[in-house]
Design a protein around this ligand. Sequence first.
Ligand code: SF4
Ligand code: SF4
Length: 385
Amino acid sequence: MKSPFHIMIIPTLGCPSKCHYCWSSDETSPKMSIETVREITEWLKDYRSDQVTITFHGGEPLLAGAEFYRQALPLISGELAHLKPTFALQSNLWLLTPELAQVLAEYRIPIGSSIDGPEEITDAQRGKGYFEKTMRGYEIARANGLEVRFICTFTNRSVEEKEAIFNFFLERGFPLKLHPALPSLRSEDPKEWALEPEEYGQLLVYLLDRYLENLGRIEVMNINDLCKCIFTRRGTVCTFVDCMGTTLAVGPDGSIYPCYRFIGMPEYVMGNVRDRPTQEDLAQSEAWKLMHAFKEYVDRECAGCSHIKYCRGGCPYNAIAPTDGEVRGVDPHCIAYKRIFDEITDRLNEEMYGSGDMEMGGFGFPPRKGAKPGIMSILRTMATK
Ligand code: SF4
Ligand code: SF4
């Protein structure tokens, strides 16, 4: 099955927030002009013929302002009508005004935002006042009918507070999507905030247990995705598929990169939208070749791993950006992926073929009375949504 086509538009790398562990903002970054948006639509018209999802990402994409979206959204929707574009936005919401919210609501744009748990924990790692400003934007979004989901970044410090963080999401009724803090390539101490892979693996198992204890009261998106990967035997998020070519990002000046994570790193520019490159043209770039080399490396190095089909070596950015573009290993989070994939597989096998007090059976069978919820319950909950 072909992976969905995803274009990320990065209107600027600037951001008003100063999160301590952020590696992707740049105060000197220019802002994308509407002319560049027009170039993007001209390029995409003939690039691929399947449905496209367009995510506005940053930096902080709302820095582009209401007028940018008022022009860009109808332009893209109209010019690319044959690709049936759907939109998404990743923002800290500080700059969301009722005016901007109405523009986004017209296109029913789902928003991903970021909150790292209770106010003290969020502000300790994202800067004082972050929580309040984001929640203010959240209220404006909700008042205008916009759907907001939060990503929670766990650092090596906040992981100590995992219980308080989980309870925060549970009590507020927010779905939880976690993101492990990555080493910052722009910092003198890249690992200052980074979550170590072993800790990340333990955190995923902890969240699996808490999720099962509270099934029906919270959704832990990562656990859903991981269970789906194992059950369907294929990756269901970009980290666990060969993302090259199905995900691309366009920076403020129209440069094309493999993903938003590479924006601002000139060595990963694959072309520019104004030149209307075809897939074959982009495949000639060094960045594309590098991503392809990563795929071949995974085929070789992960050949003996039982999870290769739905892991695919993890995220190529995590693997190659810290080594200055040399393919020397798979995603360092491999340890965490193995840990949680093993855990879910073992539990699923136990539920389906073992005995004990876990529920058994497939989708067609109701859970056994008194049985503890297990992986099948998560799959069943997802199937009924
Ligand atoms: S480089 Fe990583 S984050 Fe970017 S699309 Fe690929 S897997 Fe996803
Ligand atoms: S879990 Fe590790 S070894 Fe297995 S496929 Fe993923 S990255 Fe490769």
